[in-house]
Every structure is written in structure tokens, then in C-alpha cells.
Design a protein around this ligand. Structure first.
Ligand SMILES: Cc1cc2nc3c(=O)[nH]c(=O)nc-3n(C[C@H](O)[C@H](O)[C@H](O)COP(=O)(O)O)c2cc1C
Ligand code: SF4
Ligand code: SF4
Length: 387
């Protein structure tokens, strides 16, 4: 059998066509040949393996610089793959080491987003990677379980900051990942006033799993934390800004460049989290969330069993009782979305306790001192209005 079909174009609008025709197409031919008992397949590649050579005329001894078609040469000899090794071209070894430059690389961006700001940044990073020829899949951390990372070369984790660290759902997701020494990684976090150790923790965890850290991005996101909103402050109301979204797209392109680079110059870690914020973070750690705060949620007499809080909870921590009223469980992120989203202001929880008031005043005062952008708001009946 002779196989010489390939997509012979230097540019096509949809770059995945190279992968589909030249790689998957060849794989199909080989698999069909195996199934049909064909004893020999001759795969004819193309002079295009030499790219745009400097030599004129160029010969078989010229340095190969393939883009796509010859990547198919790898298919018959992939681990556990098809058939016996086949005849090599002169210079084949160097061809194989270079084919990575032309293949369609795949990235997975896993993110958690409640109010959509992390989603928006994820989309723009994905757009940047795609414009550099990458295939990108997006993954919902709170809904999609643990991904199968086979086939991916790059893993991105995106999350909002909750209490100067990642939300528990993101932490659990990252901890559940397998060894990542085959992969490169990047992290992006959204924050309203101060990201604290959110990005640092994620980067360290991914590095500890063996991933090669390709970079870090942080951007602002409108901060709907109940402690601020109920005191009349919406910090970073316009985050992520257009400039931050443009930077996110540029970050995607930079990741693509860094992926092929030997030496890396990546963004530094964020600075240390001030003591007061570490204390706050300690007060809302996971065991306190499980054993103390999750037990403080209640719906008062204004609850009409509308089910809105149940629908809003990002981790299904609320179920309906027989009468339709909400019942809270202990797997809570302490995001307070149920409290803020109730159209009858019927939800009450520990966030309203006076013990937290000094911390909230401190945070607001310091956010204002750092010149964090904000607007004044009023919140009632599930809606936040600018005033
Ligand atoms: C429960 C909760 C805690 C938060 N804690 C912090 C924080 O410690 N530091 C900060 O800068 N922003 C904090 N924020 C703001 C979010 O990180 C920010 O609004 C982010 O853009 C939300 O992302 P999302 O729209 O993808 O859900 C918090 C928000 C919530 C709801
Ligand atoms: S959103 Fe409010 S009114 Fe609706 S079920 Fe929940 S507590 Fe009750
Ligand atoms: S605070 Fe409310 S909405 Fe948020 S995770 Fe806990 S139960 Fe769900």
C-alpha cells in the first residue's frame, strides 16, 4: 500500500486540519492496513520536510525543517503502535526532534468560576494559545470531575481567590491530579483586593507534582464577597478590565513561546501575605468550615422555598427538605452565594456574626489605602445595585 495523501498548504484557516489529515489520516491508513493484513505500507512524505531551505538547490543532505506532514512519520512507531520500524530518510533523527515545532499541541485549561470573571480570562488565554496554533479544551473544575490528561502537553489552572487562597474546590481538584512530570503548567487567579497566596499555592502544588511552571497571571474581578457588599463596597467593579483581558490573550501567546523554550523567565511568585490576612484565612480554614460555619446556615420565616439558593450553590451543598426549604450540608466553600442570592433575604450564616466585623472593617480600610478601585452599592433581595 502506498500512502501519499497529505494536506499540502503552508496556511489554512483552521489549523486543526493539518492534524486531522496528516496525522489522524495516516493513523487511519495504518490501522486499516493492519486490519486488512497488508504486509508493507510505503508512506511518501514531501519535500516540505525541508521547510524553506537556505540552500539553493537543496538536497537530501540539507537540514530538514518540517512543519506538519512528516509528523505522520511518527505514527507507525508510536509506543505500542503499529507495524515494524520503517525505512528512514537521511537525517530522520533530526527530523523527529524537530517535528514538535509543527504539531498541533494541546492544552487543557481547568478553571472554577462562580461569577464569570475567571471564565472570561480563561477564554482570552485560550484565544491567545489558539492564535499560536494550539488546540485548547476548557474544563469546569466544579462540575466535570477529574480530567484524563493523556494527549495534553500544557495544563492551566484558573481560579478566584477566596480568603487569600484558592477555594476548597480548586484545592481538591489540584490535589487529585496525578503526577504531572510530563506536562507544563500555568496558573491564573482573579482577585478583588489582594490575591495573597492563592497563585503561590497553586504554582507550588503543580511544581511539586512535577509540572514545568510556564507562568502566572493575576487579574482583578468584581468582588462579590458578602462581607464587603453588605457594607456597601464593591471592589474592582470593572475587573477584569479590557487591558487585563488583552494581557490575558498576550499571556496565552507567551505561554506558547515559552513552551518551546529551553530556559524560562517566568513571572515571580506573589509577595508574602500580611499577618492579619493569614489570621483571617486561618479562621475560615477547612475544618472550621466543616465543623463550625456550615452548621450556622439557616433560612428564616421569609423563606418561601423558591429553591434559588439550592440552584446557586456551586458545589451542591444545599438540598431541599420535604417542604422545599433548604437544608445545608458540610461541604461548603463559604462563598455566601446562597446568602447574597436569596430574593427574600432569608439566609443567615456566620458571616453576619459580630466577630467578623473588625476584620471586614480592617480589610476595607486597607483596600482603600491601597487605592483599590470600588463603587458604593446597596444589596437587598438578591440584587446588588450601584448607588
Ligand atoms: C467567598 C469569597 C472570598 C473572596 N476572597 C478574596 C480574597 O481573599 N482576596 C481577594 O482579592 N478577592 C477575594 N474574593 C474576590 C474574588 O476572588 C473575585 O471577585 C473573583 O473575580 C471572582 O471570580 P469568579 O467571577 O470567577 O467567581 C473573594 C470572593 C468571594 C466570593
Ligand atoms: S433562596 Fe431564600 S427564599 Fe428561596 S429557598 Fe433559599 S432561603 Fe428560601
Ligand atoms: S456558602 Fe452557600 S452557596 Fe456557597 S458553598 Fe456554602 S452552601 Fe453553597
Amino acid at each position: 500500500m502506498i500512502h501519499l495523501a497529505n494536506l499540502y498548504e503552508f496556511w489554512v484557516p483552521d489549523k486543526s486540519a493539518y492534524h486531522a489529515v496528516n496525522i489522524e489520516g495516516t493513523r487511519n491508513v495504518m490501522e486499516e492496513a493492519l486490519a486488512a493484513g497488508v504486509s508493507k505500507v510505503v508512506h511518501i512524505s514531501s519535500q516540505v520536510i525541508y521547510g524553506k531551505p537556505e540552500d539553493d538547490p537543496f538536497t537530501e543532505e540539507s537540514t530538514p525543517a518540517p512543519r506538519y506532514s512528516l509528523y505522520a512519520e511518527k505514527v507507525p512507531r508510536r509506543p505500542g503502535g503499529l507495524g515494524a520500524p520503517h525505512k528512514r530518510y537521511p537525517g530522520q533523527a533530526s527530523i523527529e526532534t524537530q517535528t514538535g515545532a509543527g504539531k498541533m499541541s494541546k492544552a487543557l485549561i481547568a478553571r472554577f468560576s462562580q461569577t464569570g470573571t475567571t471564565d472570561r480570562v480563561a477564554e482570552r488565554i485560550a484565544a491567545g494559545l489558539r492564535s499560536a496554533g494550539w488546540e485548547v479544551d476548557l474544563w469546569e473544575i466544579a462540575q466535570d470531575g477529574t480530567p484524563d490528561l493523556a494527549g495534553y502537553e500544557l495544563l492551566g489552572i484558573g481560579t478566584p481567590t477566596y480568603f487569600f487562597r484558592p477555594p476548597f474546590v480548586t484545592t481538591d481538584f489540584v490535589r487529585s491530579l496525578p503526577d504531572l512530570s510530563r506536562l507544563a503548567s500555568f496558573v491564573f487567579v482573579l482577585y478583588g483586593t489582594l490575591p495573597g497566596d492563592c497563585g503561590n499555592w497553586l504554582r507550588e502544588e503543580l511544581r511539586a507534582k512535577g509540572a514545568r511552571d510556564l507562568g502566572y497571571l493575576s487579574a482583578t474581578g468584581a468582588d462579590r464577597w458578602v462581607g464587603y457588599v453588605k457594607r456597601g463596597y464593591l471592589f474592582s467593579p470593572d475587573g477584569p478590565t479590557e487591558a487585563e483581558l488583552t494581557a490575558a490573550e498576550g499571556f496565552g501567546r507567551t505561554l506558547a513561546e515559552r513552551h518551546g523554550a529551553q530556559a524560562l523567565d517566568v513571572e515571580p511568585f506573589d509577595g508574602p501575605t500580611p499577618f492579619m490576612y493569614r489570621l483571617e484565612r486561618f479562621l475560615v480554614n477547612r475544618s472550621q468550615a466543616k465543623l463550625v460555619y456550615s452548621k450556622t446556615f439557616r433560612a428564616d420565616g421569609n423563606c418561601n422555598a423558591c429553591g434559588q439558593c439550592i440552584a446557586l450553590c456551586p458545589v451542591n451543598n444545599i438540598t431541599a427538605r420535604a417542604d422545599g426549604r433548604p437544608k445545608w450540608h458540610s461541604d461548603c466553600l463559604l462563598c455566601a452565594t446562597c446568602e447574597l442570592g436569596c430574593p427574600h433575604d432569608a439566609v443567615h450564616a456566620a458571616f453576619d456574626w459580630p466577630i467578623f466585623a473588625p476584620f471586614m472593617s480592617y480589610n476595607i480600610r486597607h483596600a482603600l489605602q491601597r487605592a483599590t478601585p470600588y463603587v458604593r452599592v446597596e444589596h437587598s433581595r438578591g440584587k446588588t445595585r450601584r448607588v
